[in-house]
Design a protein around this ligand. Structure first.
Ligand code: FRU
Length: 483
């Protein structure tokens, strides 16, 4: 990946494939000093097609080096989403003793023509050379189902407490859990999801992991479930999550409320890294930064698809409720330098900051004195802008990208994206801008709104504005590229 790239819409900080199509992140795993990012990839076209696993590695989660394709279709089908783990104790017997390697667990998707439904099964591949070359397991598939058609996206982890592998699998509009001693033989444990959560679309790309509650030693299990686009909602595809407990067999949610991971349109199929060392202890996820509604139409040339920034996850108690909190990883810091620091800056109607950079990170803590609404106008160019506005009457934050540049490839793209705030007197806003995206984080990662934009330039200037009243920027930092 090139930082400060000149190709139109090509992100500087976000991973995008050199050419052709990319969707979900797959097989996120850390091993021997490298983060591996595999991804759904069509190497022959810049629209979705026969899926392969593309591959990139990074030492710091930000600069990625694209490698050769890892997994190619075979007689069992094309290669749909899945995960990767390090088989430290060689439970699979696939590695020489004392030399553990990576096992990929993925869905084989077999099309059988017009008359018959496709068949989805789970299979294994393994690598003894840090993911550079792969062998498919001879006994594939390792898991099939007699009747389920949507049976995919295995996410596997080692469950310490019960000493076995657990697979979360998307099975129609539910998540099924399977267990295994060796990654090869799988037993059904339980099924979750009927009568709970959003069922507007097919359930996809689950991920189950434990998170610590901030400022405590308490932990909870969190289940991510992406919900596909049914073509009818205003939102398209998006990701929900559940918080609860997991005993090695079944997941029990603490409550029945539907919680969304992100309030923008462009955060889908997010899953977390496996095998990040205990000393590090972070749970980091990244997602495919687009929406199935228009993913095949976004106006990039010769390549399509980009990932969100990797984000560290925690849980936070907010008004007696628990929320998943997400913050872009700290590795991002070295890609920025501070251009301007702000403190106690009253805004009566408008204040402009010049920017003119290929990417930027703006963080503002704003105290509202008496404004009815306030916010930021991001001038990508003089006549292309995105508006982030906070309405203090309705307690909502809205991102309006209807004038942000190219928008006419989808009817849904110009619709406003909003979230409800827990209060508007004081708000902390962080906006990371890249060539074709805005990642908005509210109150130190408590709420997130991820959105693509297609302007001619990233950002010329930012204007802080208020209507009917005044706000005070208590603190602010405007960060620009360090290189
Ligand atoms: C999610 C998804 C997965 C599937 C993959 C196919 O975006 O539909 O369920 O495995 O994409 O590319």
């Amino acid at each position: 990946m090139k930082i400060n790239s000149v190709e139109k819409y090509r992100p500087a900080l976000h991973f995008s494939p050199k050419s052709n199509w990319m969707n979900d992140p797959n097989g996120l795993v850390y091993f021997k000093g490298e983060y591996h990012l595999f991804y759904q990839h069509n190497p022959n076209d810049s629209v979705w097609g026969p899926m392969h696993w593309g591959h990139a590695v990074s030492k710091d989660l930000i600069t990625w080096n694209e490698l050769d394709i890892a997994l190619f279709p075979d007689e069992l089908g094309t290669i749909f989403s899945g995960s990767a783990v390090i088989d430290w104790n060689n439970t699979s017997g696939l590695f020489p003793e004392g030399d553990p390697g990576i096992v990929a667990i993925f869905t084989h998707h077999l099309d059988r023509g017009q008359e018959l439904p496709p068949v989805q099964t789970q299979s294994l591949a393994f690598s003894t050379d840090q993911g550079r070359t792969w062998k498919k397991y001879d006994g594939n598939p390792v898991l099939k189902h007699q009747t389920k058609i949507d049976f995919r996206d295995p996410k596997v982890f080692w469950h310490e407490q019960t000493n076995k592998w657990i697979m979360s699998l998307a099975t129609g509009q539910s998540i099924s859990f399977y267990s295994s001693p060796n990654l090869i033989d799988w037993n059904f444990e339980s099924e979750f999801g009927e009568d709970i959560g959003s069922h507007v679309g097919v359930w996809e790309c689950p991920d189950l992991f434990e998170l610590t509650i901030e400022n405590s030693n308490d932990k909870k299990w969190v289940l991510f479930v992406s919900v596909g686009d049914n073509g009818k909602t205003e939102h398209g595809s998006r990701t929900q999550y559940f918080i609860g407990s997991f005993d090695g067999s079944s997941f029990k949610p603490d409550n029945t409320e539907t919680k969304w991971l992100d309030f923008g349109k462009d955060n889908y199929a997010g899953v977390s890294f496996s095998d990040i060392p205990m000393e590090d202890g972070r749970r980091i996820y990244l997602s495919w930064m687009t929406n199935w509604r228009y993913a095949n139409q976004v106006p990039t040339d010769g390549w399509r698809g980009q990932m969100s920034l990797p984000r560290e996850l925690t849980l936070r108690k907010v008004n007696e409720d628990l929320l998943v909190v997400q913050k872009p990883v700290r590795e991002l810091t070295s890609y920025f330098q501070i251009r301007e620091e702000i403190s106690d800056l009253p805004i009566k109607s408008e204040h402009r900051f010049e920017l003119n950079e290929s990417y930027a990170d703006v963080e503002l803590t704003i105290d509202n004195t008496d404004a009815k609404s306030y916010g930021l106008k991001i001038y990508h160019t003089e006549d292309q802008y995105s508006i982030i506005s906070i309405d203090t009457v309705t307690s909502t934050l809205t991102l309006d990208r209807s004038n942000s540049g190219e928008i006419d490839f989808s009817d849904m793209f110009s619709l406003p994206q909003s979230l409800t705030l827990n209060g508007t007197e004081k708000i902390n806003l962080r906006i990371i801008m890249d060539s074709s995206s805005l990642e908005v984080l509210v109150n130190d990662g408590e709420l997130s709104l991820t959105s693509l934009v297609y302007p001619d330039k990233t950002c010329e200037s930012i204007s802080l504005f208020t209507t009917n009243g005044q706000v005070n920027v208590i603190q602010g930092k405007i960060k620009v590229p360090s290189v």
